[in-house]
Design a protein around this ligand. Structure first.
Ligand SMILES: NC(=O)C1=CN([C@@H]2O[C@H](COP(=O)(O)OP(=O)(O)OC[C@H]3O[C@@H](n4cnc5c(N)ncnc54)[C@H](OP(=O)(O)O)[C@@H]3O)[C@@H](O)[C@H]2O)C=CC1
Ligand SMILES: O=C(O)[C@@H]1CCC=N1
Length: 267
């Protein structure tokens, strides 16, 4: 099975790297495209067996799966470029572009190709986060015109890069805010805690080590105990103790409300 990734930037490059280390594709099954030589050189340094080209059309021609991983405003022009060689009856088209809907993808794909309009393209919207670079992405997947086997294939591809969850398209924007932008939100908490740690007397490097391991401990508790955050918080908050004082002060400054407002603004 061959796969082409159009756009080998942060996300496309990380997907190619992760897949080359997995069980479904060899590096030689993966073709990566980009605009610049620098980006293709970066990919060559990751794995010299990748097929690397600036030519999207040739790259798409021989592929079973095509991942479109360019910025959202470039999706239409890329589709217009590759449309003449796409084979809707054989190929799976995957877009990772945030906010680009199935309706828009279908309209770009089907535009002015009368003979192909008979066959509906199999399209997936896939929404990873940057932790895909370390194979720890929470990735949402929505399917359009796909069979169960095709859905299982795409799920298994992205399960090699973390955890993939199938959702209805109507939840894609919410999922993007919660999990893709969510990486930035989690990191902003970590940064804030590090700054607080420095104010409390730790050197920045030490504060970062402490905060990162503390957050990892919180996550391990939730994952291993399969528990609810509030149940784990209850174990920390001694009545009349220091933790509840800290939590209440954070809430007075609008912590929970700030997170919810941020998530809603990100949709
Ligand atoms: N960053 C994130 O956290 C997330 C991003 N996404 C989505 O992923 C997509 C890519 O984002 P990201 O990886 O961050 O962006 P980048 O800018 O890092 O990567 C885009 C890549 O596209 C390449 N490119 C641009 N035009 C073309 C073209 N015509 N043909 C071939 N390649 C081209 C660029 O090449 P060159 O480097 O040579 O200029 C670049 O490598 C976006 O649509 C975004 O919405 C989804 C979830 C999370
Ligand atoms: O900020 C953005 O628009 C992209 C999509 C989700 C993460 N980054």
């Amino acid at each position: 099975m061959k796969i082409t990734i159009i756009g080998s930037g942060n996300m496309g490059g990380a997907i190619a790297k992760g897949l080359s280390q997995g069980s479904i594709f060899q590096a030689s099954d993966i073709t990566c495209t980009a605009q610049t030589d620098e980006t293709l050189e970066k990919m060559r340094n990751i794995n010299e067996d990748f097929n690397l080209t600036h030519d999207n059309i040739t790259a798409v021609r021989e592929s079973d799966l095509v991942i479109i991983a360019v910025k959202p405003w470039r999706v239409q022009s890329v589709i217009e470029e590759i449309r003449p060689v796409l084979q809707f009856d054989k190929q799976i088209i995957i877009s990772i572009a945030a906010g680009v809907t199935f309706e828009q993808l279908n309209s770009h794909l089907k535009k002015s190709i009368a003979s192909k309009v008979q066959v509906n393209p199999v399209i997936f919207r896939v929404m990873p986060n940057t932790a895909i670079e370390v194979k720890s992405s929470l990735t949402f997947i929505s399917a359009c015109n796909a069979s169960e086997d095709q859905i299982n294939l795409v799920l298994s591809i992205f399960n090699e890069l973390g955890k993939a969850i199938l959702i209805e398209e109507r939840l894609m924007e919410a999922g993007t805010a919660l999990a893709s932008s969510g990486i930035a939100f989690a990191l902003r908490y970590i940064r804030a805690a590090i700054e607080g740690g420095v104010e409390l007397g730790f050197y920045p490097k030490q504060a970062q080590e402490i905060v990162v391991h503390t957050v990892k401990g919180a996550i391990d508790l939730l994952l291993e105990n399969q528990s609810n955050p509030e149940a784990e918080i209850d174990k920390v908050t001694t009545p009349g103790g220091i933790t509840i004082k800290g939590l209440n002060e954070m809430e007075l400054s609008g912590f929970t409300s700030a997170v919810i407002r941020g998530l809603k603004a990100s949709r």
